[in-house]
Design a protein around this ligand. Structure first.
Ligand SMILES: [Zn+2]
Length: 105
């Protein structure tokens, strides 16, 4: 016959094993969902879902959507702009170029 202390020990051990399995399962699902979303949205415009196009200007690289004119800058691209006085205006002018072909037709 087991003592009350032994019962509690085994119950806690069982609960801890189940908790660890639940955490591992939750991480597995989150990772699979993360991979699914990445495959679905990679190089797609975050606003309209159309393909993004890679453009570069000097050392700055952006992804540009020609459907809705969205521009995507990575964190390191923003860091590159810090401390370059006047550079931001040139970047904006370059990447603000719009496709006017629809209006010209
Ligand atoms: Zn777009």
């Amino acid at each position: 016959m087991t003592s009350h202390a032994e019962d509690e020990y085994f119950a806690r051990e069982d609960a801890e094993k189940k908790r660890q399995l639940a955490i591992a399962h939750a991480k597995e699902i989150a990772s699979a969902e993360k991979d699914r979303l990445k495959a679905l949205h990679h190089m797609r415009c975050p606003k309209c879902g159309m393909p993004l196009h890679h453009l570069s200007y000097h050392s700055i690289e952006v992804e540009r959507c020609f459907a809705c004119h969205c521009v995507v800058l990575d964190d390191h691209d923003l860091d590159d702009l810090v401390g370059h006085e006047g550079y931001w205006d040139n970047i904006l002018r370059f990447f603000a170029l719009k496709d006017y072909s629809e209006k010209n037709e």
